[in-house]
Design a protein around this ligand. Structure first.
Ligand SMILES: Nc1ncnc2c1ncn2[C@@H]1O[C@H](COP(=O)(O)OP(=O)(O)O)[C@@H](O)[C@H]1O
Ligand SMILES: O=C(O)C1=C[C@@H](OP(=O)(O)O)[C@@H](O)[C@H](O)C1
Ligand SMILES: [Mg+2]
Length: 201
């Protein structure tokens, strides 16, 4: 993998083995709240003809609670435990597009598992974009603990170095979801052997 960079899509040095056929790996979206993991992920799955799973939705189904209710009733630590278990279960299933919750990739065990089973894609966005998107709904418990813009900024400082460990990065800026889907598809296509049929090689 070359260290090629451009503004839109960046295929960085990756832990992926260039000799490996990547077509069996799930595509795992990571990034901060509002980056578009859930909404872009669903569209990406349709584009790639893969099933779509959202870790938050799976936790909600398993607990019969919304994420906000889960935090309120059981606390963040229990949520993180559930999140780790749900992602581990999902990644043993068939190839899929998996939208993680923003905190999931901060967990080392989860990161290791994603590196083993998936292709990780960091949806990177600027503070203004994240803030505007997150303010559309009042469903993110971490943002209710204080000034949401400041919380997002602090989370960026804390988490961006870790999200940067992902195999691929795609900027999630202003503009329709489909632009971001296109960037991810291009980034995936830039990976060795990915999506190539035997006759292409
Ligand atoms: N590229 C985009 N263009 C327009 N709106 C977006 C884009 N990405 C996300 N959004 C909107 O921002 C909000 C948060 O997106 P979401 O997919 O829930 O992010 P995440 O799962 O990363 O927290 C949603 O209303 C979503 O439709
Ligand atoms: O960043 C986080 O720690 C969280 C992000 C949320 O998911 P989204 O990133 O999909 O909003 C959800 O898992 C929970 O509110 C905690
Ligand atoms: Mg989400």
């Amino acid at each position: 993998m070359s260290k090629q960079r451009d503004d839109k899509v960046m295929s960085k040095t990756t832990g992926l083995d260039p000799a490996e056929d990547l077509d069996h790996r799930s595509i795992v979206l990571v990034g901060l709240m509002g980056a578009g993991k859930s909404s872009v992920g669903r569209r990406l799955a349709t584009e790639l003809g893969l099933p779509f799973k959202d870790a938050d939705t799976e936790i909600e189904k398993a607990s019969n609670l919304s994420v906000a209710e889960f935090f309120e009733r059981h606390g963040e630590e229990a949520f993180r435990k559930g999140e780790r278990q749900v992602i581990a279960r999902l990644l043993t299933g068939p190839r899929q597009v998996l939208a993680t919750g923003g905190g999931a990739y901060m967990d080392e065990d989860t990161r290791t598992l994603i590196a083993e089973k998936g292709i990780s894609v960091w949806l990177r966005a600027e503070l203004d974009v994240l803030y505007k998107r997150c303010m559309k709904r009042n469903n993110r418990p971490l943002l209710k603990k204080g000034n949401p813009r400041k919380i997002l900024k602090d989370l960026m400082d804390e988490r961006y170095p870790i999200y940067g460990l992902a195999d691929l990065t795609a900027d999630s800026g202003e503009g329709p979801h489909e632009i971001v889907v296109g960037k991810i598809v291009s980034a995936l296509a830039s990976l060795p052997k990915h999506n190539r049929t035997a006759s292409d090689q």
